[in-house]
Ligand binder design. Structure first.
Ligand code: INI
Length: 156
């Protein structure tokens, strides 16, 4: 019987260069995601000089910004952070849909892992719950994801 080999990621950020791209829209929520994301990355060994925060108007602008950063070739991973809250019009679908599809395309086209830390919620309350209250903090979760994916992809 052959022994199977398992490849899996660790969470060591030492020596890794990471960019956070964050939308300003719903900044009250997004700033909590950014703070938690930076905190997790720094506590896992990412050096402050290797961590860059790029602010953009809203989630619709996250993919083009992530693509520019990824194609410049000097980051190991990207975390995209934002918050889209459903309103009375179909705007939500366009912004959230294009954002998610665009970020996935950036990761696939460039090979740079892009963690999806974008809240898509029905209400402000649901967003607050996911930005440092009873449902945790999705910015922290996204930071862990990028650490794990940088590690996995480096081994493949
Ligand atoms: N941007 C967001 O990040 N979240 C939202 O909830 C949102 N809504 O609801 O409109 C939003 N809109 C702005 C959008 O991301 C662009 O910045 C804008 O359309 C200009 O391109």
């Amino acid at each position: 019987m052959t022994e199977s080999k398992t490849i899996q990621g660790g969470f060591d950020g030492a020596g890794k260069k990471v960019a956070i791209v964050a939308g300003r829209f719903n900044s009250y929520i997004v700033d909590s995601l950014v703070g938690a994301c930076e905190d997790v990355l720094l506590r896992h060994g990412v050096a402050r000089k290797d961590l860059t925060l790029v602010r953009v108007p809203g989630c619709f602008e996250l993919p083009i910004t992530a693509k520019r950063i990824a194609t410049k070739g000097n980051v190991d991973g990207i975390v995209a952070l934002g918050t889209v809250i459903r309103g009375a019009t179909p705007h939500f679908e366009y912004v959230a849909g294009q954002c998610a599809a665009g970020l996935a395309a950036v990761a696939l086209e460039t090979g740079v892992p892009v963690a999806f830390g974008v809240l898509t919620t029905e209400t402000i309350e649901q967003a607050v719950e996911r930005a440092g209250t009873k449902m945790g903090n999705k910015g922290a979760d996204a930071a862990q994801t990028v650490l794990e994916m940088m590690s996995v992809l480096a081994q493949l």
